[in-house]
Design a protein around this ligand. Structure first.
Ligand SMILES: *Cc1c(COP(=O)(O)O)cnc(C)c1O
Length: 392
């Protein structure tokens, strides 16, 4: 959308402009997740998009809502999928996709043991889809390979075991990339896995919450990546900065059926155009910023390594996962030292970067972690309490 405003001119009253600035300053100091991103004064497109959005009822109006449709069309174009559907959250998107693929038990879903679908969705899968899961530990410690999947597929024919009907992968997973080549190998194998005559082929689902980070980090096309999957669930409210929402994508019949489950799971909405328009503007604004975010993350990781920190996973996109146990630092000490510098972190040691983190704040993070490491080495007693971590 062409800017209707002179650069730096605010369309908002000073009080609202100040509120937006405060929200973005707060986000810039928050390393818990990239869900903390907010629309900023610099993202005029997002706010204008909300004002320009359509107000159709996404359920009553037979043609749906134009702003929602524009967002869905953009995701179809980017993924090369036939159809797409706006959902309230990434959890809802994943659960709708799995429910749509699965018919009736006995059936199971194969996934990484750390998968969001398995670990962070309140146990939704057995509730909504009556599905068992097969959790797999990747042999290489980072991403699932064809060999891992092959060794854990459950075939039809033995009444003790629920056959695998969906293989659900995740890219990125804790900031690490599942390479395109591996996704292709897995996909070719899974889609031709033998099933009984009256059964659909085993489906490939991607928890694509951060797939834009994944493909930008690997330097591949989203379309090529999406071609390996029958369904994807893409988050718009993480590093892309939308206020809320996800989009799922797949074939036309798949999405038509998914609409029933979206309604059933409480995801049918009345005037979602404002949120969808904001999400589309955020998407168009933020994707190009991801390589810069990844570069900043790697620079910080390099500095932390020099300070003596170790990493639990390779730093490939916008996350650093510190191995705090290996360096003998309790998670609560990390939270405390960061909060002294007005920085928010989770005790798990996962540091997430996004386009609202400034160079200055990343320096403040390095300094805080430098003080922590120095005190630890000097034998200062560090706080060690149980604190809760999030993940999303
Ligand atoms: C954030 C996230 C989701 C969805 O989370 P919501 O909070 O429900 O939007 C799904 N998968 C992964 C890998 C995520 O990081």
């Amino acid at each position: 959308m062409p800017s209707l405003l002179e650069h730096n001119e605010s369309i908002f009253a000073p009080k609202i402009a100040a509120k937006l600035k405060a929200a973005s300053d707060k986000a810039s100091r928050d390393f818990r997740s990239d869900v903390v991103t907010v629309p900023t004064e610099g993202m005029m497109e997002v706010k204008l998009a909300i004002l320009n959005a359509t107000f159709n009822d996404d359920i009553y109006d037979p043609e749906g809502d134009p702003s929602v449709k524009a967002l869905e069309a953009k995701i179809m174009e980017l993924t090369g999928k036939e159809a797409a559907l706006w959902t309230m959250s990434g959890t809802q998107g994943n659960q709708i996709c799995l429910r749509t693929h699965l018919t009736q038990p006995p059936h199971s879903v194969l996934l990484d043991h750390r998968a969001h679908i398995q670990c962070w969705e309140s146990g939704a899968l057995p509730v909504f889809s009556q599905a068992s899961v097969t959790t797999v530990h990747p042999k290489n410690g980072v991403f699932l390979t064809l060999e891992d999947v092959k060794a854990n597929m459950t075939a039809d024919g033995n009444i003790h075991f629920p056959p695998t009907r969906v293989v659900a992968l995740e890219n990125t997973l804790s900031g690490t990339i599942l390479p395109l080549q591996e996704a292709r190998r897995i996909s070719d194998f899974v889609r031709s896995f033998p099933v009984p005559e009256d059964c659909k082929p085993v489906a490939m689902h991607l928890d694509a919450a951060r797939v834009f980070d994944g493909v930008a980090g690997e330097g591949v096309q989203l379309r090529e990546y999406a071609a390996c999957f029958d369904s994807l669930s893409i988050c718009l409210a993480k590093g892309l900065g939308a206020p809320m929402g996800s989009v799922i994508a797949g074939t036309k019949p798949f999405i038509e059926r998914a609409k029933w489950y979206r309604k059933m799971f409480g995801g049918g909405t009345r005037q979602p155009g404002m949120m969808a328009a904001a999400a589309l503007a955020a998407l168009e604004n933020a994707v190009q910023k991801l390589p810069g975010v990844h570069a900043m993350t790697k620079r910080v990781a390099f500095e932390l390594e020099k300070l003596g920190y170790l990493f639990a996973l390779p730093v490939q996109t916008n996350m650093i996962v510190l191995d705090l146990e290996a360096v003998g630092i309790p998670g609560s000490a990390l939270v405390e030292y960061c909060s002294r510098s007005n920085l928010a972190t989770f005790p798990s040691g996962r540091l997430v970067f996004h386009h609202q983190v400034t160079e200055e704040v990343s320096q403040a993070l390095i300094s805080a972690l430098g003080r922590l490491m120095k005190d630890k080495n000097d034998g200062v007693k560090l706080s060690d309490e149980e604190l809760q971590s999030g993940c999303s």
